[in-house]
Design a protein around this ligand. Sequence first.
Ligand code: ZN
Length: 150
Amino acid sequence: MSDLSGLYQELILDHSRRRNGEGELVDAHASHHELNPTCGDEITLGLRLDASGEKIEAIGWTGDGCSISMASASALTDLAVGADLADVRRMIDAFREMMRSKGEGDPDEELLGDAIAFHGVSKYVMRVKCAMLAWVALEADVAAATSRDA
Ligand code: ZN
């Protein structure tokens, strides 16, 4: 991936080492397992809401896979913990749109934070699922955690 800008490549590498949020979450309101068979990445991502039920209090995940999938889970944890569910849904939509862009477009850096680093990855069709893995799991968790009150 030589044409990723150096800064973004550094960010991804940094997150793949830090793996923010790694570890099983106790008292999770929802937990979802997601597998990317093309690459062999997998993740189980748990979510806990705060007392209001409208904010993410904690995320914890366990998994194994390529550095892109692990870095994406780490960047997602940074962004989503402490965020309102409405904002989290916007982040998930914006991330998915960015990953479908094939490197085009102008993703919202304010909304996506470090996850903007994956914009360049969207040019590599085989790696899009790696980057999406944790986000798909989060989306399933948000749906499961909120449908209980409906
Ligand atoms: Zn992968």
